[in-house]
Design a protein around this ligand. Structure first.
Ligand SMILES: *Cc1c(COP(=O)(O)O)cnc(C)c1O
Length: 440
């Protein structure tokens, strides 16, 4: 082993390279940090969503019922909680169901809608059909659609981002091209093509597909590349989820304060979606929110990046992991350079899970609560036990003086995708989950 790899590995928790599921506490976590020093303002996205609500309602029938607002349900999961922890650890367990977000069927709807809306507004303004005060519904009119139809959205994706961007873009009259890695599943490519989205396949992994897509888009002024690793528009779209959650927690009578800490468990790929959401929550709730990411044991890119220091990019390959996982959307080798520096002080920790755990948990969730989510979206379900029931978790609670306050805690598991998984694929996931549930 060369000395560089050895030096990096020395910063990683024991067992990570052996792919053991574990909880890592972020030594850089700063309870006082609340994102206030960053220029990124989630209000920009909230205002955009609000002024585009009429447009969204008109274009997407799925958004009629919510008057053009993008909202996912917040639901209790008491039976799952009792099944996981019969002795009944403290607090209330809730599931934030972004698996049921309209149009895109995953958390990507949040970032994707915001980015595509900001692009459509820009194109409309440049074409002279939209002024600052113009009702955004003009973007659904014939003149604007003719202009938008000349533009293409391009995106690199292992699945959900491509699907989200493609469907949202198509609704607004934009063409969409999705660049996929060679290892992407056939059913995913088919699912995109079935919905009129163009698929281009590239050799190599996710990062390579993103790179290839970015290069092609750069050469074409009418092509806009949605950059999963660096886009501030995506990030802010995710961050806007915080206010929605605040309203929902109020509605169900769950306060967030010193006596009622909020623990949030978020599946992490490049880190844009969970990073944006946690960033938004930190700006609202500060030190009373405790954010934990969950990553597959083969792809803990945020853990590796934060543990090795954010001064330079470090991927899971650099430390000898292979990034091979079935977890759709989480098979990412290198963390987002936009999200990672922000997470360095805001993120409490990362836990890792292997396939046997999250397939089984997805199956259990459906058995006990009647809620179907895709396996990647079930990864956060181990979060409460990681915090309540492991030495590292208890050390965190002690360090943050939370032990005596856990009766008032809310454990929020963020479910990130599922609605658009075809039935035959769901069935094969279920069977696998049922088999694995017997063994874990
Ligand atoms: C994309 C995705 C995530 C993670 O989002 P990142 O921005 O890549 O970190 C989590 N779960 C699912 C199902 C996803 O599609």
């Amino acid at each position: 082993m060369n000395t560089d790899v050895a030096a990096l590995r020395s910063r990683l928790p024991e067992g990570l390279i052996e792919r053991q599921p574990l909880l890592w506490l972020n030594p850089g976590y700063d309870p006082q940090a609340d994102g206030g020093t960053s220029h990124l303002d989630p209000a920009l996205a909230e205002v955009r969503f609000a002024r585009c609500a009429g447009l969204l309602r008109q274009v997407f029938p799925e958004l009629q019922a919510s008057a053009g607002r993008l909202i996912s349900p917040l639901v209790p999961i008491p039976r799952f909680r009792d099944g996981m922890a019969p002795s009944g650890p403290a607090g209330v367990w809730l599931l934030k169901r972004d698996d049921a977000l309209p149009v895109a069927g995953s958390v990507k709807a949040r970032g994707g809608f915001h980015e595509v809306l900001s692009l459509a507004e820009r194109i409309g303004a440049e074409a002279g059909v939209l002024g600052d005060e113009t009702d955004r519904r003009v973007l659904a009119g014939p003149q604007a659609r003719a202009v938008l139809g000349r533009h293409t959205l391009a995106v690199g994706s292992t699945g959900n981002l491509g699907l989200g961007i493609g469907l949202i873009g198509a609704g607004l009259g934009l063409r969409a091209v999705v660049h996929m890695s060679a290892d992407a599943k056939e059913w995913k490519k088919q699912r995109l093509r079935d919905r009129g989205i163009e698929v281009v396949e590239h050799p190599g992994d996710y990062a390579a597909a993103v790179e290839a897509g970015r290069a092609i888009a750069q050469a074409d002024p009418l092509m806009h590349f949605v950059d999963d690793e660096r886009s501030e528009a995506l990030f802010l779209g995710y961050a806007a989820a915080a206010h929605e959650l605040q309203e929902q927690l109020r509605a169900v009578g769950r306060p967030v304060d010193a006596d009622h800490p909020l623990f949030v468990y978020l599946p992490c790929g490049v880190g844009g979606a969970p990073g944006g959401i946690l960033y938004g929550l930190k700006r609202l709730f500060g030190r009373h929110v405790h954010g934990f990411f969950v990553e597959p044991t083969a792809s803990p890119c945020m853990l590796v990046q934060l543990a090795c220091g954010i001064e330079r990019p470090v991927s899971v390959y650099d430390v000898g992991l292979d990034n091979r996982t079935e977890a759709d959307g989480l098979a990412v080798g290198l963390a987002s350079p936009l999200a990672a520096p922000l997470m360095a002080s805001l993120l409490s920790g990362v836990f890792t899970v292997d396939e046997a755990i999250f397939y089984a948990d997805a199956w259990r969730l459906e058995e006990l609560e009647g809620i179907y989510v895709e396996p990647s979206a079930a990864t956060g379900l181990r979060g409460p036990l990681q915090v309540l029931d492991t030495p590292q978790g208890r050390a965190y609670l002690q360090r943050q003086h939370l032990e005596a306050r856990m009766d008032g805690a809310t454990h929020l598991v963020w479910s990130t995708g599922g609605a658009l998984v075809p039935e035959d694929i769901r069935q094969s996931f279920r069977e696998r989950g049922r088999r694995l549930a017997g063994a874990v």
